[in-house]
Design a protein around this ligand. Structure first.
Ligand SMILES: Cc1cc2nc3c(=O)[nH]c(=O)nc-3n(C[C@H](O)[C@H](O)[C@H](O)COP(=O)(O)OP(=O)(O)OC[C@H]3O[C@@H](n4cnc5c(N)ncnc54)[C@H](O)[C@@H]3O)c2cc1C
Length: 426
């Protein structure tokens, strides 16, 4: 690897666990080793780029992703709130191809043959691999909400929890809602993708209503006993900024949706009718991981060896990002998926080069939440591998939270987004 590239890679905010890497000759049977990456989101795109970089472009990397461009969930709540556009959160994949020589295949993986080390694509083609990296994100457990399985239901009641067409569609529903209407967001029991994300969304909708539809209301119906992330900070923002507009109701476990009647049905609480429903169903690992038998924790999440991200049940298959069974206090976040991507890339390069992976990976995480179009609160943490417990543990004294929402952190959050998009995709 050229020194300049190495310095760029590390300087771009690499997982500390990758430090100390030296490139090696990664070949299998005399030809370049082959890595296939499934999913070009925060975890997969990062892993694809860094396997190329850290193998000194010696490992052949193919990234399979059905979407034409990367659309970021972080900041997508600002599109729902109306202060950002879809263009602001969309980045093309071009640089992964042009600068890093990643082979991009616009397709979906339908099956994985772990014995033969081949993935099959929806188009019918086969892709062989030496190591497979899976970062398919989350999928929704619709069976837990029978009404959402009726024809047309999922087009009428949106989740907007995968940034893309639904993000804009939810914005349109809010614009079409008359002043005096009610927006209700239902939050599933943790763990789910992005713990603070639903509360940020509620803030964004309340911010929009306070300016454009002041007679309207936001209701948060949370299956959890309390706000799952940055609770005191969100509650302070709600009391100071959105009093009379936003109401938080914990212990509301959603069990069904009457889509035609725009009504939420709960395990113990009264039914609730609203004008715009935003339902976040229970989540699990991306469907391809579940179908391949990798979701060994409660049939929902994929257990991995945190030194390499290799699945505990399938050799040569590494799983990243939201799909994994997280370590204690590890959030399902884009920042964390990016860190997984680098630790996994470093391990895959080492394994394919006949070297031992780093035995002390360290991750950091910061999640910023916009409580208005400008003001932000954050939570941060550092996680280090514990060889005795064989998991990642938070480093005592690391991390922390904001003292209150502020505009400076709003600017820092925008810088965070630009940096992580560049680190992942540029
Ligand atoms: C509203 C919202 C706000 C958020 N805000 C933040 C934030 O501020 N900060 C933060 O750090 N995180 C945030 N997150 C969380 C973050 O988006 C996720 O944690 C992150 O995207 C996880 O990365 P991933 O690689 O696991 O999944 P994704 O980024 O979702 O990528 C998965 C990719 O896999 C592809 N895929 C799936 N199945 C297949 C298949 N069979 N074949 C090929 N490709 C496939 C998908 O098309 C997708 O592109 C937010 C999430 C939401 C919903």
């Amino acid at each position: 690897m050229q020194r300049r590239q190495f310095v760029q890679a590390v300087g771009a905010g690499s997982a500390l666990g990758a430090l100390g890497l030296v490139s090696g000759c990664a070949s299998v049977g005399g030809s370049s080793a082959k890595v296939v990456v499934v999913g070009g989101g925060y975890g997969g795109a990062t892993a694809a780029k860094y396997v190329r970089l850290w193998s000194d472009y010696g490992i052949d990397v193919t990234l399979v992703e059905p979407n034409a461009a990367f659309v970021s969930c972080p900041l997508s709540n600002l599109v729902v709130g109306g202060s950002k556009t879809m263009a602001d959160i969309t980045t093309p994949y071009d640089n992964l191809v042009k600068r890093h020589g990643v082979k991009l295949v616009r397709d979906s993986v339908t099956t994985i043959d772990a014995d033969k080390r081949v993935v099959k694509l929806a188009s019918g083609a086969d892709l062989p691999y030496d190591r497979l990296i899976l970062s398919p994100g989350v999928d929704f457990m619709w069976d837990s909400l029978p009404g959402m399985n009726k024809p047309g239901a999922q087009d009428a009641v949106l989740h907007a929890w995968k940034a893309g067409p639904q993000t804009l569609a939810l914005r349109r529903q809010l614009e079409a809602m008359p002043d005096g209407g009610v927006f209700a967001i239902a939050i599933p029991l943790a763990p789910y993708r992005c713990p603070p994300g639903p509360y940020e969304r509620a803030c964004q909708v309340a911010s929009y209503f306070s300016k454009a539809k002041p007679k309207s209301k936001v209701l948060i119906l949370d299956a959890n006993d309390d706000v799952t992330s940055k609770g005191p900070l969100f509650k302070k923002a709600w009391a100071e900024r959105y009093k009379g507009i936003l109401e938080y109701r914990p212990k509301h476990n959603l069990v069904d949706v009457d889509v035609a009647g725009r009504t939420l049905k709960f395990e113990f609480n009264d039914d609730l009718k609203a004008d715009v429903l935003n339902v976040l169903p229970a989540m699990r690992a991306g469907a391809i991981a579940v179908k391949t038998g990798l979701a060994t924790a409660n049939k929902r999440w994929c257990e991995v060896d945190f030194l390499t991200h290799e699945s505990t049940v399938a050799k040569n298959i590494h799983v990243l990002g939201d799909s994994i069974q997280v370590a204690p206090l590890m959030p399902k976040s884009g920042h964390m998926a990016n860190q997984h991507g680098k630790v996994c890339a470093a391990a895959v390069v080492a394994l394919l080069s006949g070297r031992q992976p780093n035995d002390m990976p360290i991750y950091n995480n910061t999640c910023y939440s916009f409580v208005s179009a400008e003001d932000v609160v954050h939570v941060s943490s550092v996680h280090r591998y514990d060889a005795t417990k064989k998991t990642m543990l938070t480093v005592p004294g690391s991390g922390g939270v904001s003292s209150a929402a502020n505009e400076l952190e709003g600017r820092i959050a925008m810088g965070w987004a630009r940096n992580i998009w560049a680190d992942t995709l540029a």
